[in-house]
Every structure is written in structure tokens, then in C-alpha cells.
Design a protein around this ligand. Sequence first.
Ligand code: 13P
Length: 251
Amino acid sequence: MSEIIVAANWKMNKTVTESNDLVKEILKEVPVIDSVTCIVFPPFLSLPSVANLIKGSSIKLGAQNMHSAQKGAFTGEVSGLMLQDYCSYVLLGHSERRVLFGETDEFVNEKLAGAIEFGLRPIVCVGEQSSDRARGLTENVIRSQIKNSLKDIEGINDIIVAYEPVWAIGTGTAASPEDAEEVNKFIRDELALMFGSEKVLQTPILYGGSVTEDNIAEFLAKPNVNGALIGGASLSSEGFTQILQNACNLT
Ligand code: 13P
């Protein structure tokens, strides 16, 4: 069975001081997290101080994005080489990057190769728009995102995938656990075609989109939902520590 991952994507929220306060609260409330992998994704500026605060704890750190190149004339960008000093995970292809900043599967694929090169464990995000779902195109969209984002990648070993239906993000309307299970299973089957079925048994496939302390248990009860990627509900220590505790109680 895959590990269970509880990941907090803070998006463009929290100043450095606020980030430090939030992580201190989490560490105080849940000092030992042994049965799930907990990763926080603060804004870039908070990475150094949060890295310092979580030293020796079981919380892991990730970046919300990266550029595929090691260095160069890419104003405003941050490379895997720069991130590897602070964190060990990176989010790639989040729907906000795809929709608001025009990131294509091809660019996500380049970033994925860069993340692997710099030893960052990637969470590759995929998900359909509500219009895709309404037209019965969910599987086509997900298949194409998976195939193209993971194209020519040699091994699946350290890769995590997150299914985040765009219509469920920040709306308060989560996918049903049954829908999440169905798509996550589809993702595993697609990965099996690319990497072999044995290899993908251990691949964590997360669900994200309006996950809260009230519904996390229903998602984690599904065999192909190996964790959650949480936005809004991860911004308060009460909400996030409750999510963590609920997840730990299940494993
Ligand atoms: P919400 O939990 O706010 O819906 O956000 C989900 C998300 O985008 C996590 O990456």
C-alpha cells in the first residue's frame, strides 16, 4: 500500500511572520506525526525560515512551483537548484499555474525533469474543468495531462500525482469520494500503461479540492486516494491540525 500524504498548499497567502506562526502552531498541536507524510508548501519567501523551524520535526517542506532551467535569464523565476537547499518537494502543474499563467503539459514535463534532476520529489497536478466534466471529457483530459506531463520520464518511483478537479478548488464543493476514487483509479491505470502495473502500486495519488477536517476521512477511506492536497482549510492551524489528526487516526 502507498504511504498517506497530507499536503498543505498555502498558495499566495501568509507573510513570512504569518508562515512562521502557522508552522509553530502546527508543531505545537501535532508534535509527532508518524503515520502520515505531512508536507507544507508556503510561498517562496517563507521557505528559509519555515525550513529552519521544522528542522528535526516530521513536517516536510515543498515549493509551490519551480522553473525547469537550472539558472539563467528568467526574470522572476526560481530554479530547482535554488530550492534544493530548503525543501524536498515541489508542486508542478497546479491548475492555477495552468489556467492563470498558461502553463502547458509540455512545460510541466520540462519542470518534472528538472525536479528529478535536483532531487526534488514532485507532486504533479492534473484535473478537469467543469465544462470538461459536463461534456463527459474527464478521462480524455486527465489521460492527456498524464501522458504529456510525464512523457519520457524514466521512473515513476518518487513521483506523486494529485487529482484536483478545477471546479472543486476553493468552491466548497468537493468531488464525491466515489468520483475521486474513480478518477484516481483511472490515473493509476494510465500510469500502469506507461510504467508497468507493479511499479505504480506504490505511487501516491492524492485528491485535492475543498478538502476539510469534515470530509478528509471519507476520501482516505478509498483505496486509490492516498492523501489530500489542501488549500483553504490548511491556512488555519485549527483546521489543518484537525485534518492531520483525522488522517493519523485512520492509519
Ligand atoms: P482548496 O482546498 O482551497 O479547494 O484548494 C485545493 C488546492 O488547490 C490545493 O492545491
